[in-house]
Design a protein around this ligand. Structure first.
Ligand SMILES: C[S@@+](CC[C@H](N)C(=O)[O-])C[C@H]1O[C@@H](n2cnc3c(N)ncnc32)[C@H](O)[C@@H]1O
Length: 214
């Protein structure tokens, strides 16, 4: 399976109309946790099993990984979880506009692809527009959780969210990072990093009460 796709290529720039929450979930009005870059889906499968009163959506740009995750989800008959294929930088905003007011409560972006070369920074999934799309739909007190084992990347991510007026960093003061994954469920890449004893940098942001201005 190819490791990376170029999200800026013509194919991945085509907007997809994602199915509405009403057809995705058994209880379409439950609060939503969105995981961006859900890869093989293990993180959300475990969380959805533990938290039946939440709905979970995993968004992933590599279609074979979505098929694999969906296969596992179906086998477990989880009706509060769905994996969808899309480029979040192109197709997320429209889908979010179909949610109930305040329904989006959690977004996680965990170990995103680093795209180390400066000329490739624009391929990074977390950017100003994505954070604004999330801010537009998220309820007050909703949260964005980010983590990575690459210091330069998490610095770029925290800088991007720090500049956004709609989010406040939870771990303020001297503590730029938090120690623990707040969900007590690890992603694949997190498990790999823990096993290798790599440092893991984590941050949490909370949606403040400012009304979104277009
Ligand atoms: C390094 S993996 C991390 C996977 C998982 N979150 C973890 O922690 O194990 C990053 C994932 O984000 C996906 N991804 C990258 N850009 C994306 C985009 N624009 N839209 C959706 N998914 C994307 C990649 O295909 C990849 O599966």
């Amino acid at each position: 399976m190819r490791q990376h796709v170029n999200p800026l290529s013509q194919f991945f720039q085509l907007p997809l109309s994602l199915p509405s929450k009403n057809v995705l979930f058994r209880n379409p009005h439950y609060p939503i946790h969105l995981d961006i870059g859900s890869a093989k889906g293990e993180f959300l499968i475990e969380l959805a099993t533990k938290c039946p009163e939440w709905n979970f959506v995993g968004l992933e740009i590599r279609e074979p990984l979505v098929s694999l995750s969906e296969k596992k989800r179906k086998k477990l008959e989880l009706k509060n979880l769905k994996f969808l294929f899309c480029n979040v930088n192109v197709s997320l905003e429209e889908w979010l506009s179909g949610l109930d007011y305040g329904q989006l409560k959690r977004v996680s972006i965990q170990f995103p692809d680093p795209w180390f070369k400066r000329k490739h920074f624009k391929r990074r999934v977390l950017n100003k527009n994505l954070i604004n799309s999330i801010a537009k739909s998220m309820s007050n007190d909703g949260e964005i959780f980010i983590q990575s084992d690459i210091l330069k990347l998490i610095e770029y991510m925290t800088d991007t969210i720090d500049k956004n007026i709609y989010f406040n960093r939870k771990n303020i003061g001297d503590f730029r990072f938090i120690d623990k994954n707040p969900y007590n469920v690890n992603t694949d890449r997190e498990l790999f990093s823990l096993k290798k004893n790599l440092p893991i940098y984590r941050s949490m942001y909370i949606r403040n009460g400012l009304s979104f201005i277009n």
